[in-house]
Design a protein around this ligand. Structure first.
Ligand code: ADP
Ligand code: MG
Length: 230
């Protein structure tokens, strides 16, 4: 099956005094639907930069980012925004939930802002809260939820737009071991069920066997290896 996410010779440079810093150096990566990839590497090696470029939030200095057969570099800014909205789910370390909204409202707000307020949206929100194990907490606000539950709302929210690509940056950094494991397992289940191409930046090397493959970044360069079976 063809890749849902394809990075071809992607480089990203930042000005650094009189020279430039290569945050990404000719990165090639492809992730298939239903594939769950771990991205590891030391701090500053370019992991978040890779996610930002893959999310089309940052334009690479060189190379192509292809999402679901569409080359983001060939698109206008408005077209890139709609590609991101339609195809990419983004989950950061901090859930960034709106304090005044309940869990189900966090899922619906973006759809509402796009003028979608139908029963379909409400049903999908309820279904996704069920998938992440939060049916009972649908009407709770962030301060009434644990850190792990807030991250689950974040994951459900990222799935509302039916993304083909799911980009996750250190989702467990603020969680204890047990909650971290359940989040990594949840992302496994979500990847299998919704066939997303999932890339997760992680420091939790003990959970790598729950993913399909591991890529390591070092100084902006990427290497990819298969996970040995646990
Ligand atoms: P990681 O997520 O692996 O810690 P990053 O992608 O955040 O790494 O950073 C990669 C390199 O790019 C680092 O040297 C970092 O300092 C640099 N960098 C990241 N973002 C910016 C920016 N907005 N401006 C300048 N340099 C940046
Ligand atoms: Mg980072």
């Amino acid at each position: 099956m063809s890749a849902a996410l394809n990075l071809i010779n992607v480089s990203l440079e930042y000005p650094d005094g009189t020279s430039t810093l290569k945050a990404l150096d000719a990165v090639n990566l492809s992730v298939r639907p239903g594939e769950y990839l771990s991205l590891v590497g030391p701090s500053g090696s370019g992991k978040s930069s890779l996610l930002a470029v893959a999310a089309t939030l940052v334009k690479p200095t060189a190379g192509q980012v292809i999402i679901d057969q569409q080359d983001a570099s060939a698109l206008s800014q408005a077209e890139r925004t709609s590609l991101r909205r339609d195809k990419v789910g983004i989950i950061f370390q901090q859930p960034n939930l709106l304090p005044a909204l309940t869990a189900v409202e966090q899922l619906l707000i973006r759809e509402h802002l796009r003028g979608r307020r139908g029963r379909g949206e409400r049903e999908r929100a309820a279904e996704l809260l069920d998938v992440v194990g939060l049916s009972e907490a649908a009407h709770k606000r962030p301060h009434q939820l644990s850190g792990g539950q807030r991250q689950r709302v974040n994951i459900a929210r990222a799935l509302m737009g039916k993304p083909t690509v799911l980009l996750v940056d250190e989702p467990t950094a603020a969680l204890d071991h047990e909650r971290s494991e359940s989040i990594v397992r949840l992302l496994r289940r979500v990847t299998d069920e919704f066939r997303t191409a999932t890339v997760m930046v992680t420091h939790d090397t003990e959970f790598l066997a729950l993913t399909d493959a591991v890529a390591t970044m070092r100084d902006g360069r990427i290497s990819r290896a298969l996970v040995p079976s646990a």
